[in-house]
Design a protein around this ligand. Structure first.
Ligand code: HSE
Length: 437
């Protein structure tokens, strides 16, 4: 049997502890699958004394993860520290430069420095594996990088943040407040250290930027992503969506258009009957549309210790099965030096249907004024409904419009016009509708 693969793990939080536990519990099965043992020989974390419920006594302890990254005691460096700079970036770079294979779950790091790190890995002939960085346990990286060779992708989209999907699912099913659902997501270990990264869309954006590069062969460009989070989604939106045959999901979407690549993260109305609308709770889903395969949808657990550990261990097993001298495939599907510059499509040119919820004064001419602004901007309406809210003395009405396919520019102009007309009593709500099978 080949020599054991020596693994160094930096970061022993929820995911790190799960990786150690599963590697130990599944040791003999993994040895059979990989043809060699997978042994954790070294670890590093902030607090040596903390009880993590796993036994790392046999592994060499490093206070500094950078020392672990270049240690002669390891063949693979597993980075589970997190963060796009600081120790995570330093130790991944050092490990690659020292000729170690690297496995990381760090989407923020890859979104910012993925291409330069891939260049080092490719120059050194080592693997930089990152399955756990996108959609938790779903093997979407392997699928796009390996199984879909030769396909030209036209659109990739998905539910990429378990915390947001968990919150939206419970708000809809149980009528709970946003805050209560977020607290539960944090308690269950789904949320990022700073949960604003989840709810404001940054986490989805980091993951989407990686998928965009794989899909379109371009450099990663997370700063070019249009981003809106879910913190202003109310029960009124969720109820109205349901009445109209839609469900609200936070989607990340990357799409090839005539003017460039659209990358956007925002709350989205998807038809209730679509497959992606059935993805509930912490579950993630990624849909890829291509010329050869057609449409593929993978769904599975997107956050949590075990799901993420499953992806990390799959990456380690791939390294264990690789052989010295074997020419590893490029990190982002094409050689990092050959990735095209990212060409951003303007958000104002986005085409699609829109849901618009307006809270208006109940007085003569309001409906006509709203309809006129729509017509003036060439927006064709699929439906328009009005609900009464408020008391008799302080009467307001909710007007809900669903448009046929139009442009972002037209909708923004129409909504600005309606706002200027002075009929609104509250901020208008605009939610994009996404085509989904
Ligand atoms: N906070 C992330 C989520 C964890 O909720 O999906 C996985 O990246």
């Amino acid at each position: 049997m080949a020599e054991a693969l020596r693994i160094g793990i930096a970061g022993l939080g929820t995911v790190g502890a799960s990786v150690v536990r599963v590697l130990s519990e599944k040791a003999s099965e993994l040895t059979r699958q990989c043809g060699r043992q997978l042994v954790v020989t070294a670890v590093s974390a902030r607090d040596r004394a903390r009880n993590r419920g796993v036994d790392v006594a046999a592994a060499k302890w490093f206070d500094d993860p950078v020392d672990l990254a270049k240690s002669a005691d390891i063949d693979v460096f597993v980075e589970l520290i997190g963060g796009d700079e600081g120790p995570a970036r330093a130790c991944v770079k050092v490990a690659l430069e020292a000729g170690k294979h690297v496995v990381t779950a760090n989407k923020a790091l890859l979104a910012k420095h993925g291409v330069s790190l891939a260049e080092i890995a490719e120059k050194k002939g080592v693997l930089l594996n990152y399955e756990a960085a996108v959609a938790g346990g779903i093997p979407i990286i392997k699928t796009m990088r390996e199984a879909m060779a030769g396909n030209s992708v036209t659109r990739v989209f998905g539910i990429l943040n378990g915390t947001c999907n968990y919150i939206l699912t419970r708000m809809e099913a149980e009528g709970l407040s946003f805050e209560d659902c977020l607290k539960d997501a944090q308690r269950l270990g789904y949320a990022e250290a700073d949960p604003t990264f989840d709810i404001e869309g940054n986490d989805t954006a980091h993951k989407l930027s990686i998928l965009t590069s794989l899909a379109f062969g371009c450099k990663i460009s997370a700063d070019d992503i249009y981003m809106e989070g879910i913190s202003n989604i109310s029960q009124a939106d969720i109820r109205a969506a349901g009445e109209l045959g839609y469900r609200i999901k936070l989607l990340g979407v990357a799409q090839q258009t005539e003017s460039g690549i659209e990358q956007r993260v925002h709350p989205t109305m998807v038809p209730t009957a679509s497959v992606i609308a059935q993805v509930h709770g912490v579950t993630n889903a990624v849909a890829v549309e291509t010329d050869i395969l057609g449409e593929l949808l993978l769904s599975g657990p997107g956050a949590g210790g075990n799901a993420t550990a499953s992806a990390v261990i799959g990456d380690i097993a791939d390294i264990a099965k690789s052989r010295p001298g074997f020419q590893h495939g490029p990190v982002f599907g094409r050689p990092a030096k050959e990735l095209k510059p990212y060409k951003r499509a303007k958000m104002r040119a986005h085409e699609g249907g829109y849901f618009i919820r307006l809270t208006v004064h109940d007085r003569v001419g309001v409906f006509a004024a709203v309809a006129k602004r729509m017509a003036d901007n060439d927006i064709s309406l699929e439906s328009i409904v009005q609900h009464a809210v408020g008391t008799e003395e302080d009467a307001t009405k909710t007007v809900i419009l669903v448009t046929h396919e139009t442009t972002e520019a037209a909708v923004r102009k129409a909504v600005d016009g309606i706002t200027k007309d002075g009929h609104l009593t509250d901020k208008p709500q605009v939610i994009r509708i996404e085509r989904a099978g």
